[in-house]
Design a protein around this ligand. Structure first.
Ligand code: SIN
Length: 518
């Protein structure tokens, strides 16, 4: 029986775990918080899929590729949109109650860059929470072992293939295969919609194990996080329902940037917000949802409504302050269409993976769908694969930057400020080179770091290195020193661990007799 460890417990991880178990694998889910402490739980807008006869998979594919600036892998997009409807049916069978209209039809929301309303939601704006609860219950009911509050320190390799994982407390778990589903790395940035655990753990562990990563320069910034109190996502669905963005003078500015105004692709709206903020001394822009009325706001967006009111704001009466925030990482661990990475026995799914489906920018509400579709495929592949051939060494190492002599002391906060200033919505060569030098200096410092700090530092170095290498602007990667220059013909920058230092840590450690079997 194939023994599989799934690291991470969001929609991608739990879907993979369920499919692997249903196909005969013995599965252990390892997660660093409690089972429901995931990015998925915070997803508001919904899950995009073709569920109406007037909609087509060709239209969903075209929207996905337009949002991705054409850098998407067309085969991955076909899989995503083609298998989407079946995964919606599966989610319903597992207990997700998507919102419906009075006549029993799905209630479909419109979000930016979608040609038609196709975004299903549950509990109004609690789609992720509903999915998380249903999948968590299904995993418990299936008897899958769940190890909570267990932090992945590293992958373990034996003879060039996966042998299991090691946890922060030193415990080892043997496995034939590991599926990484640890989400993204929003915590690289000072402002993010992601929870505190989004520290790029899977990507960093995969890098240390020698796996290829790609597209890390493509970080999506959401245009509208609440700018009062802790950052909190205000779903694009609010703009889909008619809310508009205004500056300090009350002027709608989004149409200056794009004919679709507030519903233009996310990177366009996020940069329009940032530009408007720059012209008003950094004050947040405002999201005016007053036209929707108190009753509709509370019914359609109960989670956001509560968060807004907790901050002492009444969005039914006055526009609320919003700011862009890091939201999603399009790049990640390179996989094929079944989640296989370049390391035998290692799989990656969801935001941790780079399937090529998102290109240079993700279409709204395609992320839950990606987790469901590619989680299912990886779970089935891992049960089928059985034998993982060792591939020839193909890694390309990243050239390390010269350490800066004037780097401030390392802290998570300092790293987040650096990334926000130099590798955020708008980048240029000088700022990126400075960031690379500071990161190199922190990386060379032997002071002890937590696993999360070590992961953030490694992933940050790769984001900056990829952003430096892509000298033109495309999708979410905007270079102010080359705003109109098409990106060079490097559709997908792949890299593995840096040239020195943080190499594959546990390579060639054989499975230990005292390790737990999964
Ligand atoms: C949102 O609700 O605006 C976020 C949904 C997404 O990131 O796809």
């Amino acid at each position: 029986m194939t023994c599989v460890v799934v690291v991470g417990s969001g929609i991608a991880g739990l879907t993979a775990a369920l499919h692997a178990a249903e196909n005969g694998c013995r599965v252990t889910v390892v997660t660093k918080g409690a089972l429901p402490d995931t990015n998925t739980r915070w997803a508001q807008g919904g899950i995009a899929a073709v569920t109406h006869p007037a909609d087509t998979v060709a239209s969903h594919a075209a929207d996905t590729i337009t949002a991705g600036a054409g850098l998407n892998d067309p085969a991955a997009v076909d899989v995503l949109v083609g298998e989407g409807p079946a995964r919606i049916t599966e989610l319903i069978a597992r207990g997700v109650a998507f919102d419906r209209t009075a006549d029993g039809e799905f209630s479909r929301g419109l979000e930016a860059a979608h040609a038609v309303p196709r975004v299903l939601h549950a509990g109004g704006d609690a789609t992720g929470a509903e999915i998380q609860a249903a999948l968590g219950a299904a995993v418990r009911a299936a008897g899958i072992v769940v190890l909570e509050h267990a932090v992945l320190r590293d992958l373990r390799l034996a003879n060039g293939r996966i042998a299991g994982i090691e946890l922060d407390d030193g415990e080892r778990i043997d496995a034939d295969a590991v599926i990484l589903a640890t989400g993204g790395a929003g915590q690289l940035y000072a402002h993010t919609t992601n929870p505190a655990g989004a520290t790029g753990d899977g990507i960093a562990a995969a890098l240390r194990a020698g796996a290829a990563v790609a597209d890390l320069e493509f970080v999506q910034f959401h245009p509208t996080a609440l700018a009062v109190g802790a950052p909190f996502l205000v779903s694009e669905a609010v703009r889909g329902e008619g809310a508009v963005l205004v500056d300090d003078a009350g002027r709608r500015f989004a149409f200056d940037a794009h004919p679709d105004g507030e519903l233009a692709p996310r990177d366009v709206v996020a940069r329009a917000n940032a530009r408007a903020m720059a012209t008003q001394d950094g004050h947040p822009v405002r999201l005016d949802a007053t036209a929707l009325g108190a009753e509709r706001l509370a019914r359609r967006f109960p989670t956001i409504d509560a968060a807004v009111r907790e901050r002492g704001l009444d969005w039914a009466r006055e526009p609320i302050p919003v700011t862009p925030a890091a939201h999603y990482l399009m790049g990640g661990v390179v996989t094929d269409l079944d989640g296989r990475t370049t390391v035998p026995g290692l799989y990656a799914v969801g935001e941790t993976a780079r399937t090529g489906v998102h290109g240079a920018n993700r279409l709204a509400s395609n992320s839950l769908l990606e987790g469901a579709v590619f989680g299912a495929r990886a779970g089935e592949a891992v049960a089928r694969d059985g034998d993982w051939p060792v591939r020839p060494e193909t890694r390309r190492r990243v050239v390390a930057a010269q350490p800066a002599t004037d780097a401030p002391p390392f802290s998570r906060h300092a790293l987040q400020q650096l990334m926000w200033a130099e590798a955020g919505l708008v980048r240029d060569a000088d700022g990126l080179a400075h960031a690379a030098a500071v990161l190199a200096s922190w990386s060379a410092d032997p002071s002890p770091r937590t696993t999360e700090e070590r992961n953030l530092l490694l992933v940050a170095s790769h984001v900056v290195s990829a952003a430096l290498a892509r000298s033109g602007s495309v999708g979410a990667h905007f270079r102010s020193d080359a705003p109109d220059v098409a990106a060079p013909p490097l559709p997908h920058l792949a890299a593995t661990a840096p040239a020195d230092g943080d190499g594959p840590v546990l390579a060639s450690i054989p499975a230990s007799p005292e390790a737990l079997a999964c």
